[in-house]
Design a protein around this ligand. Structure first.
Ligand SMILES: NC(=O)c1ccc[n+]([C@@H]2O[C@H](COP(=O)([O-])OP(=O)(O)OC[C@H]3O[C@@H](n4cnc5c(N)ncnc54)[C@H](OP(=O)(O)O)[C@@H]3O)[C@@H](O)[C@H]2O)c1
Length: 237
């Protein structure tokens, strides 16, 4: 897919992987980039290019998503990047409910309200930022892993129903990336800029599944050879 003249929307664009994707898109000939954030003040001074337009958007609020779809009716590429990871597996469901609301239901709302927009604009593309943990659970962020498995399943289903309207569906499955979300985590991590560059290349090449860093590629190879060994290995993390 050529980004020339595309109108791209990126959710959670005020930092981490999201802002790195916007910066990477600015190297292409995309005509407009809607940079979404729950609070657009957080975008101030972040992007100096006039192609970037801030949009206030909380993806857990359906009315908010619906009005964004009405207002930004020229979107041709939707990048669902917004997400949260709160930690833990068993115990109180309070954090787990927030994770599922944002990561799964929020992404689901975005796809629901933007699928007709993309159809009207000729098909376009939906890119869901899932996780390597869509494929194997890491108990220290076990409820998060479960939400990302759900996002992967949603992505597969969308491919099934939206291909007919010409919408390309891409899933992205990063390993650990150095962002706010992983602050304090003691393990090798990819840089957001490198991950964003791989994501944009993957979209251009129309890869259905993008593994944008070394660890995601290695773990996927491990899963293909011995999935139970990988499950046991991550089970202690
Ligand atoms: N970092 C990793 O190791 C890693 C690995 C695999 C996948 N991912 C995924 O990559 C994506 C980006 O994460 P990141 O690492 O860049 O983390 P991050 O820096 O914490 O960014 C998360 C973004 O999501 C936004 N967000 C949270 N709740 C939202 C809501 N209800 N509505 C709209 N936006 C919301 C945040 O906005 P606020 O500033 O308003 O909170 C922030 O912009 C997430 O989907 C994450 O699960 C990350």
């Amino acid at each position: 897919m050529d980004f020339t003249s595309q109108v791209v929307m990126v959710t959670g664009a005020n930092g981490g992987i999201g802002s790195a994707i916007v910066n990477e898109l600015l190297k292409t000939k995309a005509s407009k980039i809607y940079a979404c954030a729950r609070n657009t003040d957080s975008l101030k001074g972040m992007f100096s290019d006039s192609r970037v337009q801030p949009v206030e958007l909380d993806i857990t609020k359906q009315e908010n998503v619906k009005s964004a779809a009405a207002k930004c009716s020229d979107v041709t590429v939707l990048i669902n990047n917004a997400g949260v990871a709160m930690g833990g597996l068993l115990g109180s469901q309070e954090k787990a409910r927030i994770e599922i609301e944002v990561n799964y239901f929020g992404t689901h709302s975005m796809c629901t309200f933007f699928a007709p927009v993309l159809k009207n604009n000729g098909g376009g593309c939906i890119v869901n930022i899932a996780s390597l943990l869509s494929f194997v659970n890491m108990p220290s962020i076990g409820t998060y892993s479960a939400t990302k498995a759900a996002v992967h399943s949603l992505t597969q289903g969308l491919r099934g129903i939206l291909t007919a309207q010409g919408t390309k569906i891409i899933g992205v499955y990063p390993g650990p990336v150095e962002t706010r979300a992983t602050k304090g985590l003691q393990m090798p991590m990819a840089k957001p800029d490198d991950v964003a560059a791989e994501i944009v290349i993957g979209i251009i090449e129309e890869r259905e599944e993008i593994f944008p860093d070394k660890m995601s590629k290695e773990v996927m190879q491990g899963l293909a050879v011995d999935p139970k060994a990988v499950e046991r290995q991550l089970g202690s993390c």
